[in-house]
Design a protein around this ligand. Structure first.
Ligand code: SAH
Length: 205
């Protein structure tokens, strides 16, 4: 599958029906999702690999990894309403994903004891709740050998210092997260947030 095809497939998926600001719920826009996933595919981290999506939301990243040949894809998400949408999205694409309702800070049983080849995540940036991304980084390093995450541009030094001895950053690619206005506290029609697609190698998984 080519980048553009993946983008089109992901573009057609349903988004959050009532996004909750406190959880920083927004769907990763298809171009950014495709960018992150192609970075992973290029490293051979998706095809035939087991994948865990942390904070799967409406399932864009999890479904995308399945489209790119990942096997045994699991998505964890705290909000059951988002998981309903994710289920619909997966069946629309005809991909198999196991959806698990749970908090990344306290992973539920089957996921807590498993390890995955690759973790993908677009964690909350901590705009609403300070350090909201930390439990995501913790869970990702503990459960996945390789981790792909989207972070605010400029936060990489903080991320790597938080990761510490638990892993290393092997690549960071600048990208943009272009969001339509989806929440009441947004004042512009469109916001372009500079971000980074980051690849981490875990030393503790
Ligand atoms: N991965 C999706 C959604 C990103 S938004 C996508 O790329 O489109 C971040 C998601 O993390 C939201 O769906 C939110 O509900 C979820 N989330 C926030 N805190 C969480 C937690 N502690 N445990 C599990 N999911 C959480």
């Amino acid at each position: 599958m080519r980048l553009r095809q993946l983008e089109i497939a992901l573009q057609g998926l349903a988004g959050f029906s009532g996004p909750r600001a406190a959880l920083e719920q927004y769907t990763t826009p298809a171009p950014l999702a495709a960018r992150l996933l192609f970075l992973a595919a290029g490293h051979g981290d998706l095809e035939g690999r087991s994948v865990l999506d942390l904070g799967a939301g409406t399932g864009v990243l999890a479904c995308g990894t399945a489209l790119l040949g990942a096997v045994g894809v699991t998505g964890v998400e705290v909000d059951p309403a988002a998981l309903e949408v994710a289920r619909t999205n997966a069946s629309r694409l005809g991909v198999e994903v196991e959806w698990v309702e749970g908090d990344v800070a306290d992973l539920p049983a089957p996921v807590r004891d498993r390890s995955f080849d690759t973790v993908v995540m677009n964690p909350p940036f901590g705009a609403q709740v300070r350090h909201a991304d930390r439990p995501f980084v913790d869970a990702a390093l503990a459960r996945g050998r390789i981790v792909y995450g989207i972070f605010n541009r400029g936060s990489l030094p903080f991320v790597t210092s938080y990761v510490g001895d638990r892993g290393e950053c092997t690549e960071a690619v600048a990208a943009e997260l272009v969001l339509p206005r989806s929440m009441r506290h947004h004042t512009k029609d469109r916001v372009a947030i500079p971000v980074e697609c980051v690849r981490l190698r875990s030393r503790v998984a």
